[in-house]
Design a protein around this ligand. Structure first.
Ligand code: HEM
Length: 156
């Protein structure tokens, strides 16, 4: 399966559907000033919403709520590319404390997606409502009910 496609699936999964933390917290150990000039006193907690950052018009454009996976492709459209500004997509944090398991997480999700999609076509069960359940990590309230249609013989 094409690697770019798997990357898009994975990104979509972590950005919108499933695995991203909704919020991230930082504890302020010393008085500090944020890049925008906001003073943060020692002992305070700063939080940012990963969920909201993945849905902001100022970052993703007017169509920020649309599933448009091609926004993750290069201009030529042939390759998956993470955003140049790493703070645009923060499901794995950004900067020096970026998630150390990021590459492993990508690999795991691509492995599972390719193992399933190579063997089956998936279609949602009609009438099943896919609803987010808000929590620290996002997941689907009622699960994702799908029909699996075998694609035929797969050579392992
Ligand atoms: C989709 C799956 C994953 C997501 C969305 C995710 C997300 C994150 C986020 C947002 C942070 C930053 C937390 C913070 O400092 O505020 C983080 C840190 C970290 N993650 Fe992950 N993670 C994932 C999978 C994994 C896996 C599979 C491993 C290990 C095998 C891992 C290991 C770590 C470690 C060690 C840190 C701390 C890095 C540091 O503070 O320098 N993560 N992760």
């Amino acid at each position: 399966m094409h690697n770019s496609f798997l990357s898009l699936l994975m990104i979509r999964k972590s950005q919108i559907l499933n695995l991203c933390n909704c919020d991230d917290f930082k504890y302020v150990i010393d008085d500090d000033v944020l890049p925008d000039g906001t003073f943060v006193p020692r002992g305070s907690t700063v939080t940012y919403s990963i969920y909201s950052i993945g849905r902001m018009k100022t970052i993703w454009g007017q169509d920020c709520l649309e599933f448009r996976p091609e926004r993750w492709l290069t201009a030529e459209g042939d390759r998956f590319e993470t955003p140049k500004e790493s703070f645009k997509f923060v499901a794995f944090n950004a900067g020096p404390r970026t998630c150390l398991g990021k590459d492993l997480a990508y690999l795991q999700m691509k492995s599972v997606a390719s193992a399933v999609l190579l063997r089956y076509r998936l279609s949602p069960v009609p009438g099943h409502r896919v609803v987010q359940k808000m929590s620290l990590t996002l997941f689907m309230k009622n699960g994702l009910h799908v029909y699996l249609q075998p694609r035929g013989e797969v050579v392992a």
